[in-house]
Design a protein around this ligand. Structure first.
Ligand code: G3H
Ligand code: 13P
Ligand code: ZN
Length: 328
């Protein structure tokens, strides 16, 4: 059945687990995520970006989500708008069956200026008030994440975080987080703690210092009832890089967020863990493999089935690793 982010993350907090939030754009990703959840008996967060909504179209996404929920009646599913940029994006998502929205008021804010902070508080408070009227949950964001091109000129440009910009200035300030949650009433808070979106996060394996685990711990101790969200949480696994490159891809050396660091975060209040890049890599590795090994093949299903299997395996791993398996 469909549930809200608040319902799901309250349960996760009670039981001490984290939930991967996988991005979805199409049927194949939806089936893989849900089949993995059914196999692990895990609750699900499927999230659609603005890009996903314009790719698949709102009505298609809405009916597809309804179909997936109906096909797996035993699995609780939260359908979430990823990186909503304004009231219109968030309210149209709710209208199309989303049970939760992210109002990312940090998208407009190029730096932590007082004016951009007040803008973020005001728009997030407005969206939260409206969403709560109709029973949907809201995730806000405070701080600056690494490079996220939104397609319309806005971007969060902590870039890769390593030295390019003043690292500490971009991290979420714990006292400001307390003020933000008190004034906006968000259900969940995305924090900036050293990650960035996409495949090129770090040039070496990051430690707890680069990932600012102390910031997570401090925010959690000050806001024990606010569910924390980690964006940019793909691990960019070496084996997936290797498959892509073995079959003609060209990904340069890179490191993502180690699963063990995410698990540490989950011990300190992280409940929602956003993963898109790893899903893309799992599928694309198989597209490349089939294309290279079977050049005579032209049935798209022969590409999509192994791609779904690879995504399903990734989802199974994350449900297990985040303690989400068996919690549906
Ligand atoms: O946060 C970004 C997600 O990876 C979604 O990416 O906007 O290309 O769909 P997208
Ligand atoms: P990745 O690029 O690390 O998968 O992050 C996805 C994300 O944060 C979506 O909001
Ligand atoms: Zn994100």
């Amino acid at each position: 059945a469909k549930i809200t982010l608040r319902q799901l993350l309250d349960h996760a907090a009670e039981q001490g687990y984290g939930v991967p939030a996988f991005n979805i754009n199409n049927m194949e990703q939806g089936l893989a995520i849900m089949e993995a959840a059914a196999k692990s008996d895990a609750p699900v967060i499927m999230q659609a970006s603005r890009g996903a909504r314009s790719y698949a179209k709102d009505i298609m996404l809405e009916k597809m989500m309804d179909a997936l929920v109906e096909m797996f009646p035993q699995i609780p599913v939260c359908i979430h708008q990823d990186h909503g940029n304004n009231e219109q994006t968030c309210l149209t998502a709710i209208r199309h069956g989303f049970t939760s929205v992210m109002m990312d008021g940090s998208l407009e804010a190029d730096m932590k200026t007082p004016a951009s902070y007040e803008y973020n508080v005001a728009i997030t408070e407005r969206v939260t008030r409206m969403a709560h009227w109709v029973g949907a949950s809201v995730e806000g964001e405070l701080g600056v994440l690494g490079s996220l091109e939104t397609g319309e000129g806005e971007k969060e440009d902590g870039v890769g975080f390593e030295g390019k910009l003043d690292h500490d200035k971009l991290l979420t300030d714990p006292d400001q987080a307390v003020d933000f949650v008190r004034r906006t009433h968000v259900d969940a808070l995305a924090i900036a703690m050293g990650t960035s979106h996409g495949a090129y996060k770090f040039s070496r394996k990051p430690d707890g210092e680069i990932l600012a685990m102390h910031v997570i711990e401090e925010i959690h101790s000050k806001l024990p009832n606010t569910h924390l969200v980690m964006h940019g949480s793909s691990s960019v696994p070496e084996d997936l890089q290797e498959i892509i490159n073995r079959y003609g891809g060209r990904m340069r050396e890179t490191y993502g967020v180690p699963v063990e660091e995410i698990v540490r975060g989950i011990k300190h209040g992280v409940r929602k863990v956003n993963i898109d890049t790893d899903c893309r890599m799992a599928m694309t590795g198989q597209f490349r493999k089939v294309a290279m090994e079977k050049p005579e093949e032209f049935d798209p299903r022969k590409f999509l089935v192994p791609a779904m299997d690879a995504l399903k395996k990734l989802c199974l791993d994350r449900y297990e690793q985040f303690g989400c398996a068996g919690q549906a």
